[in-house]
Design a protein around this ligand. Structure first.
Ligand SMILES: [Zn+2]
Length: 455
């Protein structure tokens, strides 16, 4: 069996029989299910053939236009023709356009309103940038090549360049029109680090944030510290885009870094920020997991481990109920039984569970001492239907930055490259990128963090 794909130009007159694009031959035998329907390779051929045909017709009509001379308004005639190569999602196309010569003044015009610098279509640029925001440049090249008949501008450096160009445009994009006014907005800010490829600088600090409205709206934002993106202005723009008015109640959450608290205040979130429950929960979870791994090879250790598990649980309850000042008691009780694990196999190395627990305990202690002033009664807030932190369950920093930019130890970033890619990444998640290739927030990310608390 065989088919011919024919393209007929609508309105081309009754005698236009169209042009045969390609012939597709298929076995009628379906015992091999692989024979069923079009293959990807055939689909790409069809798309590329249609694209070529349509572009040729469009270029023909565009080339027929004869504008008046821009300087003297005199009549123009064709001087010569130039070929323009444009990468599109459906193959690279050639557009043949005339250069025009003014009869009166001798001035040369390029074809009517043709962006002569253009090497690719905006749709291809946006899709490439969109995928680059979600995966490495190299993987994005692979994915696009697998699915589309792309045959130009497909090396990873091109993708990187295009993503950064779009990131630059996003950076300077004015605030999106005011959404419906919001009665309350929670804004959480956090920071993380990525590896730097800049000389004399091992890491770059990345500041991230997440603004959520009481009505369920959400926008994320991020910027590399000391890049050209002004983080304070970015927070302000984000708040405006989710409907901040003078009457909006703003609640700030942070992980206790003084700098970020000042940033929030500068952006207009003037009420003292709350220590994000997410960060406490993460530390508690680490403590519990470490306690879980303790050995129970002697009755004394069994008993000690039981005490530690109970105290860790009590510690969680205390913190959830806003009794951070009493946390010390739990920590002391855990410390008091730790000696039972002395001499545990491997206890002199840092991988031993008891050593890990000790380290986690010290870290948590220090953290709580310094952050106690910023903790609140999370249980009470939760009962009142108020947020206790970011609603992105894995944390905004992990979600926005680490997933894409810290996956491999080999990934190293320039300040500008990381910052611009983050602008694209945020726009993709915020649904404001406009590649019509949507990935907005998955409902799974909206689980309330109180589930993590299990208090
Ligand atoms: Zn002229």
């Amino acid at each position: 069996m065989a088919w011919i794909v024919r393209l007929v130009e609508a309105g081309g007159g009754g005698d236009d029989r169209g042009t045969d694009l390609i012939e597709i031959a298929k076995p009628a035998d379906l015992r091999d299910i692989a024979n069923l329907g079009l293959s990807l390779a055939e689909a790409k051929q069809v798309l590329a053939a249609i694209q070529c045909k349509i572009v040729t017709a469009q270029a023909r009509d565009h080339a027929a236009q004869r504008p008046a001379c821009r300087s003297c308004s005199g009549a123009c005639h064709v001087k010569d023709y130039r070929q323009h190569w444009i990468a599109t999602l459906f193959s690279q196309v050639t557009v043949r356009l005339p250069r025009l010569l003014c009869i009166a003044c001798g001035g040369i015009e390029s074809s009517v309103d043709w962006p002569s610098h253009c090497r690719s279509t905006p749709e291809l640029d946006r899709l490439q940038a969109h995928l680059s925001a979600l995966m490495t440049y190299r993987t994005a090249v692979d994915v696009l090549e697998q699915m589309f008949p792309i045959d130009a501008g497909k090396d990873h450096e091109t993708l990187r360049r295009r993503a950064l160009t779009l990131g630059e445009q996003l950076r300077h994009r004015p605030s999106i029109a005011l959404a419906k006014p919001s009665a309350a907005i929670s804004v959480s800010v956090d920071s993380t680090f990525i590896r730097s490829c800049v000389k004399d600088e091992r890491h770059l600090e990345v500041k991230v944030g997440n603004a959520e409205t009481d009505a369920g709206g959400r926008q994320v934002f991020a910027a590399v510290a000391r890049s050209e993106t002004d983080f304070v202005a970015l927070i302000g723009r984000t708040l405006d885009s989710v409907g901040r008015t003078r009457a909006t109640v703003l609640t700030g959450f942070s992980d206790g870094c003084a700098g970020l608290r000042l940033t929030l205040a500068a952006a207009g979130v003037t009420a003292p920020p709350i220590l994000d429950w997410f960060h406490i929960a993460m530390r508690l979870q680490h403590l519990e997991q470490t306690a879980d791994a303790l050995s129970t090879d002697t009755p004394a250790r069994q008993e000690a481990k039981a005490v530690i598990v109970v105290e860790a649980d009590r510690l969680r309850w205390r913190l959830w109920n806003g009794k951070a000042k009493d946390a010390q008691a739990s920590i002391e009780r855990i410390r008091a039984v730790m000696h039972h694990f002395r001499g545990e196999p491997g206890s002199r190395r840092s991988i031993a569970p008891s050593r890990k627990l000790w380290t986690a305990l010290l870290a948590l202690d220090g953290y709580l001492v310094s952050q106690a002033d910023w903790t609140v009664n999370y249980a009470e807030r939760h009962r009142a239907g108020l947020r206790v932190g970011t609603a992105i369950t894995e944390g905004t920093a992990n979600f926005l930055v680490n997933r894409r930019m810290n996956k491999s130890q080999q990934m190293r970033w320039t300040r500008r490259g990381a910052d611009l890619l983050l602008q694209v990444r945020c726009a993709v998640y915020n649904g404001t990128f406009g590649s019509a290739f949507g990935q907005r927030f998955a409902p799974a990310n909206d689980t309330h963090p109180a589930l993590v608390a299990a208090a």
